[in-house]
Design a protein around this ligand. Sequence first.
Ligand code: SF4
Length: 343
Amino acid sequence: MSDSAETGVDAGTDADTDEGDDGGPMQVSSPDYHSENHTAAQTCGWTANALRGEGKCYKNIYYGIESHRCIQMTPVVRCNERCVFCWRDHQGHSYEMDDVEWDDPEAVVDASLKLQKRLLSGFGGNDEVPREVFEQSMEPRHVAISLDGEPSLYPYLPELIDAFHDRDITTFLVSNGTRPEVLRECDPTQLYVSVDAPERHTFDNVVGAMEDDAWEKLLETMDVLAEKDETRTVLRTTLVKGENMHHPDWYAGFYQQADPDFIEMKAYMHVGHSRGRLDRSAMPDHEEVVEFTERIGEYMPEFTEVKEVPASRVALLSKTRDTWVPKLKKDSEFWERDPVTGD
Ligand code: SF4
């Protein structure tokens, strides 16, 4: 998965995970990694921060996600790409699937809820966490299918998204775009696809795809996104200095093919196993992220809004000022139906 990392601690990378022994996000090989069969979940750093009243993730600011009620999970810990900026240990990420016995979507939802409860149970006795906030966290309303691996390799992904929606849980799906035929059938609340290069040469250097046709598949995925009417679509680029921060005009042309609702530009974070591949100096600072985003925006005049969250070194391009998911607005039926706070 070409997802970057969000620890929710320092600069809020997008490795939304617990710290592993090496100070980076926890790896699949760790005995503390929380999984059930092929479903894995980890506490996002922002979930922990929100429980303690220490701030919410940028997806709260942009879209209305309540971080303490968000499950960060994946139905697949394997990946068919080897992104240079990825915090994961590529050794543990073979993508052959022949030996996997797939759980059905309902079982994956059950496992996700169970893992989340187990992961957060310790906060119940934490003096820094108000009781009512802890009780809310025990009833998740969001899932970020973004933890690890490439979720579109799970054969029942469209049904899994529906199963989460049936439980009144919103879905943010992050994919590397190598399975357009799967994404065509998926209608999450918000569909993210990673675009980490404006052209093929950079793509080959930065993404390290295992499949020869990954670039062509990504192009096809852009067409799939352009066809989506109901699903909110987001293109997401992890910016790595010296690797892919060039040709803003080419990025703009590429993005336009997908006609996305939003474009998120996020700084690479020097954590986990990426430290063995990239130097610390490959991390752009927030000003560099915003400046590159604005340069792209010059070629996309319909994207009139630039929003930024310095703590996460992320900038958002949008056609509209209001970027919240409509159903997540405070007076919505979604929150009225809430099992903890609703009427
Ligand atoms: S959306 Fe969820 S998993 Fe992602 S940063 Fe926010 S709280 Fe963490």
